[in-house]
Design a protein around this ligand. Structure first.
Ligand SMILES: [Zn+2]
Length: 172
């Protein structure tokens, strides 16, 4: 279910919607703050097992519980995007990744938050053998020609960017 902002995060007063700074926004008259809503930054990681396999995790939490996706999650307040990507990789799979390579950035509507800014990385250099951790019930290494349905369109797009025409079955 989509979460919406109802009260001022600074003073707790109720918010009014109105025309502020060129578009319709929420405003708090209690502390005279405009409540800016922005895409929420998250990361995900394509872990490549040469020549043609990638790692996916099966989600153990909502949204999309039980579906496969790339390891990833929201960037913490004191992290850079690559730091967040490698932390999430470690938490969900136990793998220690090095030198994440930027695949791209996308913005897609979210199911809990309105809009997600997803920063996609490729990791080819890593240590460890994958084991499901936080938020994941299973880790799988799949041939690009036999991928299961991928839970998020942004993740599927990064796999497609990495794999090109080796990836022909991605679904959302
Ligand atoms: Zn306020």
């Amino acid at each position: 279910m989509l979460k919406t902002i109802r009260y001022c995060p600074y003073c707790g007063d109720s918010l009014q919607s109105g025309w502020w700074e060129g578009r319709n926004r929420l405003h708090c008259s209690g502390c005279d703050s405009i409540i800016y809503e922005n895409p929420l930054p998250a990361t995900c990681v394509v872990v490549s097992y040469p020549p043609d396999r990638v790692l996916l995790v099966k989600r153990s939490i909502e949204p999309k519980l039980g579906q496969w996706c790339l390891p990833g999650g929201f960037i913490e307040i004191d992290e850079t995007p690559p730091e967040g990507a490698l932390r999430e990789l470690k938490e969900e799979t136990g793998l220690t990744g090095n030198d994440p390579l930027l695949l791209g950035v996308s913005v897609t509507p979210g199911t809990i938050y309105k809009s997600i800014l997803m920063v996609g990385y490729l990791v080819t250099d890593f240590q460890g053998s994958p084991q499901a951790g936080d938020d994941a019930s299973e880790v799988g290494i799949f041939d690009l020609s036999e991928l299961p349905q991928v839970a998020f369109s942004s993740h599927a797009e990064f796999i497609r960017q990495f794999a090109g025409d080796r990836f022909d079955r991605a679904a959302e």
